[in-house]
Design a protein around this ligand. Sequence first.
Ligand SMILES: O=C1C[C@@H](O)[C@H](O)[C@@H](O)C1=O
Ligand SMILES: [Co+2]
Length: 295
Amino acid sequence: MATIKLGIAPIAWTNDDMPDLGKENTFEQCVSEMALAGFTGCEVGGRYPRDTAVLKKALALRGMEIASAWFSSFLLTQPYEQVEKDFIAHCSFLKSMGAKFCNVAEQGNSVQGKLDVPVFAGKPENTAEQWKLLTEGLDKLGKVAKDMGMTMTYHHHMGTGVQTEAEIDRLMENTNPDYVWLLYDTGHLVCSGEDYLGILKKYMSRIRHIHLKDVRMDVRQRVIDEKMSFLDGVRAGMFTVPGDGDVDFEPIFDYVNKSDFDGWYIVEAEQDPAKANPLEYAQKARKYIREKAGL
Ligand SMILES: O=C1C[C@@H](O)[C@H](O)[C@@H](O)C1=O
Ligand SMILES: [Co+2]
């Protein structure tokens, strides 16, 4: 029987990848609306105070806690020592906030932030040498996390060298299961055209963190046809909250509910807050999860 906590990502209020999206939304509005919609946890956004005492107080006032946060690794382009130094600082901050998970995604050759690269046609393929650098580096970072009492999950992502099922398989096969876990993000798998349910079943025992992101398939098709970048796809509305797009989350919820998963569901739907009111969409997601997952 699973033990699941429910959180939401600040990216629907303020998008760190495109700071003009939601620039009018304050940190206080963001966390207040998350709590108002019925969530008890969140990830960390760029507008969050870095003073842990200030952040803890603001979250406690609203009955919220930090679940995890994204970490961009540059194992393919930076000396390992530099990546580890930045990773330790990241994990130390999370640990001081009481979070247990850190979400790593390799950005060394990623095109996810490049506006001039079509995300579907332009994704990188890791060479054998890059796979070695990546997996060996992740094993080392995962051990660092474990030694700090944290769990490091790897975030497969559109526009990166770990996007497809075959790439996830290769990463899982070549990393130490004691150190490297998987973050399962529904939106990225559906967007990439992967067998998202099969991947869930295959890796359930290694999945430690889950991002719930829905996809508008008509917009996704437009992103392919018009050779759009990942960020332009986000701006065009490729993603939304669970229950608002074309993904059927019921089989996912049913399977996770029956597993011994012990962690977070994080609703993560980056879209333009001027078009999709973040509180309204957070409430929509909360209602859908209550109805379909029984949480
Ligand atoms: O977990 C995530 C963090 C974001 O910054 C990223 O671009 C988004 O797509 C995602 O899944
Ligand atoms: Co995600």
